[in-house]
Design a protein around this ligand. Structure first.
Ligand code: CMC
Length: 429
């Protein structure tokens, strides 16, 4: 088969190389297209554009496959810890026992944040959305570790930045929550593993002895793994493009958190629960909301449905749905919105509108139900996504810098006014 594609325009033919990935997916390399022909490509939303070659995550949307560094999401969610998966994603291989112990130890040693961060936290109004607070606090790490701004740091120094951000994000995320509810912050407990420490900082009350719950810790571990990377999605592409200007890891991740916040991306998990609650409050008429979602004059969308890449099923949603059932059963929680969610899914999966457009429940459809069962408030759902996605952002930033990728700078097709002369204000109509 030819490894070149040809493009014919205005009587001239241009040959463009075809590149192939390790899973045989093919792409036309157009990096020389403009130099050869004067043409650019136009692809709003980058629906057909590969922005990089990446060895981190493989995703086959047609067949519902997701693998981190070659390992299936199903196997990792079943068997691994979140920090093991983080190491795998960032450093390319599963850690052996001593590498894993060292990685956990390093993270544990950096869980505290500078006390002055509390001053920044105090500056936020108490109703500030925790995603905005988290993004700001992560960005503020550049002030406490100014050496992280140096784009020419050694790999050991970059490793230290990586350890710091993984170690501190649970502390900062829990503090963003405490700010919202006006409670004093909790400090990390280094005797606990990563997820349990986070849950303790979220829920411990100074006058009470906090007992960590293995059911919650296990559910959290799974959820974090399921969110850990997802190739070139909106927030990851943001992290890469911000980092491509040689901005620091902390500022790039902070930008990623902002990109994740929107309801079409990570913010969907909050939007799903708000939608399910609204349907319940409105009498539970699932069909009414299905009709709204299909009505092109109505801006309402079925949140938690549809995906840019998955056109068959989202493998993460399958795992989460199963986990939701088991977590709710183990905790003895009977959540009425779960029934609404199941009803909505059942109707949608048979509805021609959803079938034709290949719209299936995505990762966010059921994750909020587990978070609720864990006692995590709705406004914190997207923060939970950010905690999970952090290793993905880190590894994509690191890969981009190690490959010395050029600064991200798309082109455009200009559609504005042609050149015209300035008119003095008194002479304007
Ligand atoms: N409800 C109703 N219609 C929908 C939905 C939905 N949730 N999603 C897509 N459609 C329709 C859309 O109107 C369009 O119809 P038509 O062809 O008649 O114009 C068609 O399906 C294709 O949609 P699109 O917007 O062109 O697809 P996209 O790839 O640009 O958008 C999406 C993907 C995830 C933004 C979109 O499906 C959506 O808005 N879903 C709801 C938000 C959501 O759950 N987001 C979380 C995604 S998973 C977590 C993550 O990784 O971010």
């Amino acid at each position: 088969m030819s490894d070149k594609a040809t493009l014919t325009y205005e009587g001239k033919t241009y040959e463009l190389p075809v590149v192939e990935g390790t899973e045989n997916e093919k792409g036309i390399d157009i990096s020389k297209l403009r130099a050869l022909s004067g043409l650019i490509t136009l692809d709003p939303g980058f629906k057909n554009t590969g922005s990089t070659r990446s060895a981190i995550t493989y995703l086959d949307g047609e067949n519902g496959i997701l693998r981190y560094r070659g390992y299936s999401i199903e196997e990792l969610a079943e068997n691994a810890s979140f920090l093991e998966v983080s190491y795998l994603i960032i450093y390319g291989e599963l850690p052996n026992k001593s590498q894993y112990e060292l990685f956990c130890k390093e993270i544990t040693e950096h869980t505290l944040v500078h006390e002055e961060i509390k001053n920044i936290l105090d500056g936020f109004p108490s109703n500030a959305h925790p995603m905005g607070v988290l993004s700001s606090l992560i960005s503020s790490l550049t002030a406490f570790y100014p050496e992280s701004l140096d784009p020419n740091r050694s790999s050991e120094e970059v490793h230290l930045s990586i350890i710091r951000i993984i170690a501190k994000i649970p502390t900062l995320a829990s503090w963003a929550f405490k700010n919202e509810i006006g409670h004093p912050v909790n400090y990390p407990d280094n005797n606990l593993e990563y997820g349990s420490n986070f849950l303790k900082m979220m829920f411990a009350i100074p006058s009470e002895v906090y007992k960590s719950d293995p059911v919650l810790a296990d559910a959290l571990n799974k959820l974090l793994i399921l969110h850990a990377d997802h190739e070139q999605n909106c927030s990851t592409a943001t992290v890469r493009i911000v980092g491509s200007s040689h901005a620091s890891l902390y500022s790039s991740v902070s930008a990623g958190i902002s990109a994740l916040w929107g309801p079409l991306h990570g913010g969907a998990n909050q939007a799903v629960i708000e939608m399910l609650e609204a349907i319940r409050a409105d009498g539970g008429d699932v069909q009414k909301y299905m009709d709204k979602a299909k009505d092109k004059d109505d801006p309402f969308r079925l949140m938690g449905f549809g995906h840019r890449v998955y056109k068959n099923f989202d493998p993460r949603a399958k795992i989460i749905k199963k986990a939701a059932d088991s977590v709710l059963a183990k905790l003895g929680v009977n959540d009425p919105v779960l029934e609404i969610a199941k009803g909505l899914e059942e109707v949608a999966l048979k509805d021609p509108y959803f079938v034709e457009r290949k719209l299936y429940p995505n990762v966010d459809f059921y994750s909020g139900i587990i978070y609720r069962a864990m006692g995590i408030p709705t406004q914190m759902f997207t923060v939970m996504f950010a905690l999970g996605r952090l290793p993905g952002w880190i590894s994509q930033w690191k890969e981009m810098r190690e490959n010395n990728e050029p600064i991200g700078r798309p082109r455009q097709i200009y559609t504005g006014a042609n050149e015209r002369s300035f008119v003095n204000i008194g002479d304007r109509k």
